[in-house]
Design a protein. Structure first.
Length: 198
């Protein structure tokens, strides 16, 4: 019975309670430290996993290319504003309303040139040209924008990019090194950056 406890016993009991409280406090502190460490590790891992802009937009361009409707190859493009806002995407395929290359083949029309030679034209629009034309369709301004494309632009698309006011062109891969060097010089001349992914 508590009434029968001596002062010494009361003091022992009180010490025991204080020790228990200290143990609990230490336990809570350790748990908080563990949780803090786990959060720090998760933040570090998330930071390490977070893709840089090149990787982010080129991964997106690759996903866009999956919708290509042309057997000649799958290319995807993403146009982004200077404020990092996605303006438009494009992949290679025939113009709206024209039967896909996958059904009728890439060959569309042929014409006789002024030198008498026959030249055939493909039905597909390239990814970059498609993105630029689709931006025109909805009145989206491309001046000072950046174009991410899964492979380097061809000469025709490069001209369109320059004329649309695109200021940076980032290629995921370069297939034709000789043309690439020439394209870089053309872009330098136009004060446009043409570079590979970083
Ligand atoms: Zn085609
Ligand atoms: Zn092209």
């Amino acid at each position: 019975m508590a009434e029968d406890m001596t002062i010494q016993e009361w003091q022992e009991a009180a010490k025991h309670v204080v020790a228990m409280r200290d143990d609990m406090a230490a336990g809570i502190r350790a748990k908080r430290e563990d949780a803090g460490k786990a959060i720090d590790e998760a933040l570090l891992a998330a930071r390490a996993k977070r893709p840089a802009w090149d990787e982010y937009y080129l991964t997106l361009a690759k996903d866009v290319s999956d919708r290509a409707s042309c057997p000649a190859g799958h290319v995807g493009a993403v146009i982004v504003s200077a404020e990092n806002v996605i303006i438009m995407t494009g992949y290679n395929g025939s113009p709206t309303g024209i039967t896909h290359c996958t059904e009728l083949g890439c060959s569309w029309v042929s014409r006789t040139g002024s030198d008498g030679s026959e030249r055939s034209y493909a039905r597909h629009v390239h990814a970059e040209a498609n993105a630029i034309a689709r931006a025109a369709r909805v009145g989206a301004r491309l001046n000072a924008s950046t174009l991410y494309v899964t492979q380097e632009p061809c000469p025709d698309c490069l001209k369109l990019c320059l004329q649309a006011g695109i200021k940076i062109i980032v290629a995921g891969t370069v297939k034709d090194r000789k043309w690439w060097h020439e394209a870089v010089m053309i872009c330098n001349n136009a004060s446009v950056v043409l570079r590979e992914r970083q």
